[in-house]
Design a protein around this ligand. Structure first.
Ligand code: AMP
Length: 447
């Protein structure tokens, strides 16, 4: 963790009001001092407040919501014996799996059961897992909504709804599922914690109004603030071959443990993977179109250090906690400026130093300008000797044709959540087979 993350008042986790058993468990994991997001979120959540919180990636936000959830399990009586007490929603399967792993490290050795419900995996197996009445569920929203539709899950007794990377869930088109989940668990005792990379997102604020009751707002290191542990470098590139030569030089010259390279399309991912493999690098390629088991296999082997290089589209840019990644290369700039922050956040995790190098060609220029605007600073370019670009950037057009700032697009209001649905417990039907959704596919494109 960086110094700024650690600059909290609380020296330890019991100071935050957490049960000593949780503090002891963390101590065994070498986690002794709360990060800033934890220091602010945990006491507010323990007091029962709804929260809307932003914090940069890698700042310890997962524990910022898992700890109050676990504390509640330990200290308060359940509202329902059968329904889950806490539900954690995450936009991607990868992130959900990481949250689940962290949750399991807290529940193991306790009486509390947890379940992981992901799109793209066997529905019936999940229905069976839900029949065992887990206390905590981590899920992607699409599949969770399927279970509500099929009545293999009921949320009337839900006490804590947690939305991780709410902005990303909305960007992926999960607004309807979030509303459905909210309505199913809509009673006055429910507490809701909403985390987002940025609070400067019209749809997030819209959703917050519908889901949260008098929320406390916690903004720590909004996405556009500097990430002190990551050195950011930008290089101009003339064309694809030039980018490839720059990449080759970087991989030769930079010292790194593992590297993630982000490309714009799957075709680029596949092509680069071939080129780098030919150059003798152990390379893995990941894309959204792959099957779940393929993606699992690749991520598992990369996180175990079996490859040096992971090439991917934006699929892997959020939430992944890969501690050995010390270099991120944006072979292509991301379309959305916020995505840039998430991509580079794959390095510099938990206080380690990282380096992010972005290659900016003529096609990347508009995206680069959006990142520059988002970071609120003027960016200069590095030049690699012998690979000087002829492309020098594109001059700004005269004012008059302004696009809105990122996250500022106007949005229409939406309807308030309605009264709680009636109890349908006697109609559980866990064994129906349904077609699996992949939990990742955008359901709606954001303009
Ligand atoms: P997150 O931002 O939740 O993805 O966490 C990033 C990494 O920081 C994970 O590897 C956590 O285990 C680790 N971490 C979380 N809280 C702390 C803390 N208070 N001290 C040290 N490491 C932490």
């Amino acid at each position: 963790m960086s110094k700024t993350d650690m600059s909290s008042q609380a020296e330890n986790f019991t100071d935050l009001g957490l049960d000593y058993r949780l503090a002891k468990l963390l101590d065994h994991q070498g986690i002794t001092c709360p990060t800033e997001i934890q220091a602010q979120s945990v006491p507010a959540a323990l007091l029962g407040h709804d929260l809307i919180a932003s914090s940069k990636t890698g700042s310890g936000k997962t524990l910022a919501y898992l700890l109050p959830a676990m504390h509640r399990m330990m200290k308060q009586k359940a509202l329902s014996k059968r329904d889950p007490r806490a539900l954690i929603l995450a936009p991607t399967r990868e992130l959900a799996k990481q949250v689940y792993a962290q949750l399991r490290s807290l529940t193991s050795g306790t009486q509390f059961k947890a379940a992981l419900i992901l799109g793209g995996e066997n529905f019936n197996d999940q229905a069976k897992a839900l029949q065992k009445d887990p206390h905590l569920v981590v899920a992607t929203p699409g599949r969770l909504a399927n279970h509500l539709d099929e009545r293999s899950l009921f949320l009337e007794g839900l006490e804590l709804l947690i939305l991780d990377e709410a902005d990303r869930m909305l960007d992926l088109g999960f607004a309807d599922q979030l509303k459905q989940i909210n309505e199913t668990a809509n009673h006055r005792l429910r507490q809701t914690l909403m985390f987002s990379a940025t609070l400067d997102h019209a749809e997030v604020n819209d959703m917050a109004q519908q889901l949260l009751k008098a929320p406390k707002r916690i903004a720590i290191g909004e996405a556009h603030t500097e990430h002190g542990d990551i050195e950011q470098v930008f290089c101009l590139a003339d064309h694809l071959d030039h980018k490839q030569a720059l990449l080759q030089r970087l991989l030769e010259k930079e010292s790194y443990q593992q590297v993630i390279i982000f490309t714009a399309t799957r075709a680029d991912t596949d092509r680069l993977s071939e080129v780098l493999t030919e150059q003798g690098l152990k390379t893995a390629a990941l894309s959204g179109e792959m099957s779940q088991s393929e993606r699992n296999r690749i991520m598992d082997s990369f996180s175990r250090g079996q490859q040096q290089v992971l090439i991917t589209t934006d699929v892997a840019s959020r939430g992944l906690d890969l501690l050995q990644v010390s270099l991120v290369v944006n072979f292509d700039m991301p379309k959305q400026a916020e995505e840039y922050v998430h991509r580079i956040g794959r390095t510099g995790r938990a206080g380690a130093k990282g380096r992010a190098v972005s290659l900016v060609g003529p096609k990347d220029w508009p995206a680069f300008k959006r990142v520059e605007q988002f970071l609120r600073k003027s960016i200069s370019f590095d030049v690699l000797e012998g690979l000087e670009p002829t492309f020098k950037g594109i001059k700004d057009k005269p004012a008059g044709n302004k696009r809105p700032a990122p996250g500022k697009q106007a949005k229409g209001g939406s309807a308030k959540a309605k009264k709680a649905p009636q109890d349908r417990r006697n109609r559980r039907q866990p064994n129906r087979q349904i077609v699996s959704d992949d939990g990742m596919a955008p359901l709606k494109k954001k303009k």
